[in-house]
Write a protein that binds this ligand. Structure first.
Ligand SMILES: [Zn+2]
Length: 166
């Protein structure tokens, strides 16, 4: 999937987390930022990706060590990040937005013909029975739909709070 689709999905994850935990403005902005970053983070193994271009050296190292769509797209990576965040006592709403952001990335990539090495280091490619081309019509429509979903959830919780304060 394109960076746009991953970003939109990150926005939706952030919006849903905010809606669920009813966080204040500062926390909400942090949640949105973390969700978007983590929804793109897995592609650090891809030097041409949004995050890869920003962190060229790290991206290069990850690619040399693990290859593309392997370690950073696996349950192992997700577990390690979850354990680390848990140990540094990350507040639950931040933890949830990061993990769901990472998970959303893996799920979206499982919808592409290339799939992901979900069970890395077991070299098994996992993908959904139905896959879509990256940058194709479905990918682009998905980016649009996810962004609209995110905006809807954000506005809904904003207006709810507004009415509650009267
Ligand atoms: Zn990816």
């Amino acid at each position: 999937m394109t960076g746009k689709t991953h970003t939109s999905c990150g926005l939706l994850v952030g919006a849903l987390t905010i809606e669920y935990y009813q966080t204040d403005l500062f926390t909400s902005i942090t949640i949105m930022t973390l969700a978007v970053i983590s929804s793109l983070l897995s592609d650090i193994c891809h030097t041409q990706s949004k995050v890869g271009r920003r962190f060229k050296v790290l991206s290069f190292l990850v690619r040399i060590l693990f290859g593309h769509r392997t370690f950073t797209h696996s349950l192992l990576f997700l577990s390690i990040i979850s354990i680390l965040l848990y140990f540094i006592q990350t507040p639950e709403y931040y933890l949830v937005s990061i993990i769901l952001g990472l998970l959303s990335h893996v799920i979206l990539d499982m919808l592409t013909p290339r799939g992901v090495k979900l069970l890395y280091p077991i070299p098994l490619t996992i993908k959904f029975p139905l896959v879509f081309k990256t940058g194709g019509l479905v990918d682009l429509s998905l980016a649009g739909a996810l962004s609209i979903g995110a905006l809807y959830v954000l506005f809904k919780s904003f207006f709810n709070n507004l009415f509650l304060s009267f």
